[in-house]
Design a protein around this ligand. Structure first.
Ligand SMILES: [Zn+2]
Length: 147
């Protein structure tokens, strides 16, 4: 089985500071173990593993946060469901996502609240904007290399 790349977020118990690094492992559990073994970063033991997520999720998060800045200056489809269901006049009238600092349409906001209650979150990699970033004019310098 091939190794996947995972983003590990460490949190400093003393001051709440966070750092991230990448580990390679076959699955989340192995990634977690490896991250735990590296916990003495910089020779101190105050770092704890806060989260381990697939690298694709990290890339999706970066894309969404880049879009969040753009979103303030234009009228876009909802980045989560891809429908033109956003309040066009004032973007902050829409729902603020619980997954990222970005506005989504009301029904997506509701869907996320339901997910939280059911404790089954949709990853950012399932968002429409991640599947088709061009529709949100997010293609410049794209990450797909067709060599
Ligand atoms: Zn939506």
């Amino acid at each position: 089985m091939e190794n996947k790349s995972w983003t590990v977020t460490y949190r400093n118990r003393d001051n709440g500071q966070r750092i991230t690094c990448t580990v390679f492992a076959q699955d989340r559990q192995k990634a977690q173990e490896r991250a735990g073994a590296d916990e003495q970063i910089g020779g101190c033991e105050v770092w704890e593993v806060e989260s381990v997520e697939p690298h694709e999720e990290t890339l999706a998060r970066i894309l969404v946060s880049e879009f969040a800045e753009k979103q303030q200056g234009g009228h876009f489809a909802c980045p989560r469901c891809g429908k033109m269901t956003m309040d066009a006049e004032i973007v902050t009238r829409n729902a603020l996502s619980r997954r990222a600092t970005v506005y989504i349409c009301d029904s997506c906001g509701m869907a996320e609240a339901m997910e939280d209650m059911a404790n089954s979150r949709t990853p950012l990699t399932a968002w429409s904007i991640v599947a088709a970033p061009g529709n949100w004019r997010m293609e410049e310098g794209g990450n797909e290399c067709e060599a």
